[in-house]
Design a protein around this ligand. Structure first.
Ligand code: SAH
Length: 277
C-alpha cells in the first residue's frame, strides 16, 4: 500500500535500522486486527498480511482487512460467532499447529486484540505445548478503539480513575455466572461490556439491583469503526427496550457510565465521514 503522494513519507515506513520481522515458514503469528477499520491495523499486522501464505481469521475480521493480504494467500475462515455453528476451539488450534508443521507461514488473525476476550491465550498456550514457534501482535480492542470512534473516552480525568472490561457472554452462551455483579457495579464508574447485546436486559437489571441508577447513561455501539457504525444512547433502565426498538445486531460494545454523554462534544465519526465526501 505505498503512498501515492510524493510529498508524504513512504508508507509503510521503514523500521529504523532494523528490518520488519520476517514471518518464517513453520511459525504462527497470533495477531489482532483491531475493531474493523483497516487504518487501525498495526504496522506489524500489515507486515504480517504481506507475508503470510495462510491466514486463519475470525468472522469479525473485515473484508477490507483481508484485502490487504497477499493475493495468493489461502484464507481459512474460523468464525466464532454466538449462536451460529463454528469450529471448535480445539479444532482451530490443531489446524494452526498442522499448518505450521507443513512449513506454512501462518497468520492467525483475530478481531480487536487477541488477548482481550479473544481466546488468544488459549491458542498461544496450545502452540507452545505443541512446540510451534509463535509471535503475538496486539491489536486495538473494540472496548477502547471502538468506543473512541463513538466519541467515548474510556477514562476521563473528571469522571473515572478506573474502567472495568467484562464479557456479557460466557462459554455456555449465557450471562456469565462467575461475574460478581455487585462487585462489578461498585468497581468502576465506567463499565465496558463485550458480547453483551443478547443479555443486555439481564445485565442492566443485575447492575441496577446492585445499586447503579436506572437513569445512568449507556451507549451501545454496533459495527464500531466501520462505515456501518451505529450508536444508540440510552440508560440502564431503558437499554433493553431501546436496543430492541433499534433492531441492533452484534457485534456491539456497550459502555455504561458518565463517559457516555461526553459524546455530545466528542462524537467525530459521522462528521469526519461528511468532511471526506
Ligand atoms: N478480541 C476482541 C473481542 C472479541 S469478543 C477485541 O479485543 O475487541 C467479540 C466482541 O467484541 C463482540 O461481541 C463485541 O462485543 C466486541 N466487538 C468486536 N469488534 C467490534 C466492533 N467492530 N463493534 C462493536 N463491537 C465489537
Amino acid at each position: 500500500m505505498p503512498s501515492t503522494r510524493p510529498d508524504l513519507p513512504p508508507f509503510p515506513p521503514t523500521n529504523g535500522d532494523a528490518p520488519w520481522p520476517e514471518l518464517l515458514p513453520g511459525w504462527v503469528w497470533l495477531c489482532g486486527a483491531g475493531p474493523g477499520d483497516p487504518g487501525l491495523l498495526t504496522l506489524h499486522a500489515l507486515n504480517a498480511l504481506g507475508q503470510a501464505d495462510v491466514i486463519v481469521h475470525d468472522a469479525l475480521v473485515s473484508s477490507e482487512i483481508l484485502a490487504l493480504a497477499r493475493p495468493d494467500a489461502t484464507r481459512i475462515h474460523a468464525g466464532k460467532r454466538g449462536g451460529k455453528p463454528s469450529p471448535r476451539q480445539e479444532d482451530i488450534t490443531r489446524r494452526l499447529a498442522a499448518l505450521a508443521r507443513e512449513g506454512r507461514r501462518v497468520l492467525r488473525l483475530k478481531g480487536g486484540d487477541p488477548f482481550v476476550f479473544g481466546r488468544g491465550g488459549e491458542e498461544g498456550m496450545a502452540l507452545a505445548r505443541a512446540g510451534i514457534p509463535f509471535r503475538i501482535i496486539p491489536g486495538i480492542s473494540a472496548g477502547i478503539g471502538g468506543l473512541a470512534y463513538a466519541g467515548i473516552p474510556v477514562t476521563h480525568r473528571t469522571i473515572n480513575q478506573s474502567v472495568t472490561f467484562l464479557t456479557g457472554h460466557d462459554q455456555s452462551g449465557t450471562t456469565p455466572t462467575r461475574i460478581d455483579w455487585a462487585a462489578v457495579a461498585r468497581a468502576s464508574e465506567v463499565l465496558v461490556i463485550y458480547m453483551g447485546l443478547k443479555h443486555l436486559g439481564r445485565i442492566a437489571r443485575q447492575l441496577m439491583a446492585a445499586g447503579r441508577p436506572a437513569d445512568e447513561p449507556v451507549a451501545i455501539v454496533t459495527d464500531a469503526t466501520l462505515p456501518t457504525q451505529r450508536v444508540i444512547e440510552t440508560t440502564l433502565g431503558t437499554a433493553e427496550r431501546d436496543a430492541a426498538a433499534a433492531s441492533l445486531t452484534p457485534p456491539a460494545i456497550i459502555c455504561v457510565g458518565a463517559a457516555v454523554p461526553l459524546r455530545a462534544l466528542l462524537a467525530w465519526h459521522g462528521a469526519a465521514a461528511l468532511a471526506s465526501r
